[in-house]
Design a protein around this ligand. Structure first.
Ligand code: PRT
Ligand code: ZN
Length: 285
């Protein structure tokens, strides 16, 4: 088999973003409901659609060569796999939460308590690291309702916005781990498959870099160029083009998404006008 087999979640919180990432990498594949595996038409990969819980095992066993999965899931499954790259989506945290009206006194609060979770492995590691003796009640879904129905005193579950905890009368008191989607791979890939994985990783990084950066164009008086150049570090230095209007130039550069609001204010103060901020589709460093 010369194709790289990539397992992604069939349906759930990871599936749309996983498919979108592969598509943004220029990989074309059939994406219909009910399809369990499909080969890309223009890149040597085969895509397997699986439940996220099964992906670490399939990758360890070599049924799939690579996979896209949450860090929480790889930590819970404890399989022997390689983490290749953090992908920046499906960000969440695994946290302990208790009824809102309870006083939280620190990790020792959990001594003698019963905690409901779908993550018994991560939770028991956390408890023993903090010298806590508690009972773990393993349940597979709707963990948040456990305290309300008397099944447990607390929960250990995935939190994203926090609204599920809130509507169930719970409060988050400790973050056990932070998680995001990652690309994983089998440890014993053939040279050919490693080469395909490398090619895919190159494209993934170009897509990720593009998402983290914006292209910025602006007009400014020549006298402000020095100051504006200091505000816009860019990839190397900004491109500067003369405008028809004498004494004015157009500057082009790249800014990081996370600090561009702050930089835009600084640019305006420095004399920039007609600022355009444009998404970048791919960015190869
Ligand atoms: O069917 P399959 O087994 O494939 O999917 P699944 O139902 O087990 O998983 P799914 O699709 O719910 O989640 C897949 C992965 O998405 C998780 O393993 C995490 O890595 C990641 N992720 C990101 C989340 C969330 N955000 C999230 N908010 N997984 C679950 N949740 C749930 C959480 O369990 C809780 O019920 O959302 C609720 C909390 O959300 P907030 O926003 O109210 O805090
Ligand atoms: Zn699952």
């Amino acid at each position: 088999m010369k194709e790289l087999r990539i397992a992604i979640q069939k349906s759930g919180r990871l599936s749309e973003s996983s498919k979108k990432l592969l598509e943004e990498c220029g990989i074309k594949f059939i994406n219909g409901a009910g399809v369990l595996k499909t080969s890309a038409t223009n890149f040597p990969v085969e895509i397997l659609y699986l439940r996220d819980d099964d992906i670490p095992q399939y990758v360890e066993q070599g049924v799939a060569d690579a996979g896209i999965i949450g860090e929480n899931m790889t930590a819970e499954k404890g399989r022997d796999i390689r983490t290749i790259e953090k992908l920046g989506f499906a960000r969440c945290r695994l946290s302990l939460a208790i009824p809102r009206e309870e006083d939280y006194t620190g990790p020792a609060y959990f001594n003698g308590k019963k905690i409901a979770t779908s993550y018994p492995r991560i939770l028991s590691e956390y408890l023993s690291k903090n010298n806590i003796t508690a009972t773990i009640e393993e349940i597979s879904g709707s963990v948040e309702i456990a305290p309300g129905i008397g099944l447990a005193d607390a929960v250990c579950d995935i939190v994203s916005s926090g609204s599920t905890l809130l509507t169930n009368g719970l409060k988050e008191v400790a973050v056990i781990m932070k998680s995001q989607a990652i690309l994983i791979a089998n440890r014993n890939l053939s040279g050919k498959k490693l080469a395909i994985l490398d090619k895919l990783l190159f494209r993934i990084r170009a897509v990720k870099n593009a998402g983290e950066n914006k292209y910025i164009l602006l007009n400014a008086p020549e006298s402000a160029v020095q100051k504006i150049t200091e505000i816009l570090p860019g990839m190397k230095s900004p491109t500067i083009l003369p405008l028809v209007e004498k004494g004015w130039v157009s500057l082009h550069s790249v800014v990081r998404e996370d600090d561009f609001w702050e930089r835009i204010n600084m640019l305006k103060e420095a004399g920039a006008e007609g600022i355009l901020v444009i998404p970048i589709e791919k960015m190869i460093k």
